[in-house]
Design a protein around this ligand. Structure first.
Ligand code: URA
Length: 242
């Protein structure tokens, strides 16, 4: 967030007057005087002072659960002007960021938040948050292939961590299967690459669960706020206090 916007939001002065304060050398960020306009700060980590008095402003934390349709980029903006997931949450004034990424052609559960700590922990494999996907595959993965997907397969950047995989349904033609996979990681196009590697490419991919959160009650393209109880439970699972 731009420094002058931060000062204005914190009620120090109007945006214009905040710019003047910066130009006059009255504003410090992390104990360094800033006199140029336009620098960006992170309200979660940077310490801003005006005339050596700390400015405290905490943006309200917002947690949204979106049922992402295909055809939307998981990004805050797109240089090619394609639709982004942000287009699906009009009217939310806080600056939110997607937690992890779903490919353009992947559907399903996507969290958006301005809580950096929570977002970081959900995406970091160390916190072992279950991400459950429903996958439509070409052909039916054999029991050996299921086992190797579970144990870990070698992608270009290294072996995948243990996963849980099970076949949910086989199409009567036996040309496709619906498979469920639960992983903790979130490497680029991970699920697609894992199934490709064992010879059963993915033709449809949907994230259906993240930890205990599901898409229940959300049609594709819809979103809702997490409840206070859901936020509390999620934070507890992630070891975040308060
Ligand atoms: N794995 C993928 O391959 N794509 C996604 O969008 C999510 C997980």
């Amino acid at each position: 967030m731009r420094l002058q916007k931060y000062l204005a939001l914190a009620g120090v002065a109007s945006r214009r007057a905040s710019e003047e304060l910066i130009k006059k050398g009255q504003v410090k960020v992390n104990n360094r005087v800033i006199t140029t306009l336009g620098i960006k700060i992170n309200p979660e980590v940077d310490v801003v002072k005006v005339d050596d008095t700390p400015v405290l402003y905490k943006e309200k934390k917002v947690y949204l659960l979106l049922n992402k349709p295909k055809g939307y980029i998981t990004s805050v903006n797109d240089p090619h002007n394609r639709p982004t997931v942000m287009d699906l949450i009009p009217g939310i004034k806080e600056r939110l960021y997607p937690v992890g990424r779903l490919d353009l052609d992947t559907e399903g559960l996507l969290l958006l938040t301005n809580d950096g700590q929570l977002a970081y922990r959900i995406t970091h494999p160390k916190y072992k948050i279950d991400k459950k996907y429903l996958v439509k595959t070409v052909g039916i993965p054999s029991p050996e292939k299921i086992k190797s997907l579970e144990k870990g397969v070698l992608l270009t950047e290294g072996k995948t961590s243990p996963a849980r995989v099970r076949i949910i349904k086989v199409e009567s033609s036996r040309r496709w299967a619906w498979v469920e996979i639960i992983i903790h990681e979130g490497r680029k196009r991970q699920v697609r690459r894992m199934f490709e590697l064992v010879g059963n490419p993915v033709t449809r991919l949907e994230r259906i669960q993240l930890s205990f959160l599901t898409l229940e009650g959300l049609k594709t393209g819809q979103y809702r706020h997490l409840t206070l109880e859901e936020i509390r439970l999620l934070k507890r699972e992630l070891g975040i206090l308060g």
